[in-house]
Design a protein around this ligand. Structure first.
Ligand code: ZN
Length: 71
């Protein structure tokens, strides 16, 4: 029987590693954490923008109305 022994792949570079491990090296682990953190930050920016944009739109419409029709 030639079954592949239980193993995992590094989440960053895909190298075969010992089963149960997530990364092949500390460098890959650091890289992964940095990527996840930047993803979380980007998500936060999108959320804030989504929440703020309707408010900005309303302000813009009010200002445009004021400028065009004198309030
Ligand atoms: Zn790796």
């Amino acid at each position: 029987m030639s079954s592949i022994p239980e193993h995992s792949h590094c989440k960053v570079c895909g190298r075969v590693i010992k089963a149960g491990n997530q990364f092949c090296s500390v460098a890959c682990e650091k890289k992964y954490i940095a990527e996840v953190e930047s993803l979380i930050r980007a998500k936060r920016v999108i959320t804030v923008t989504t929440l703020i944009s309707p408010v900005l739109l309303i302000i813009f419409l009010l200002v445009a109305k004021f400028l065009l029709f004198g309030g």
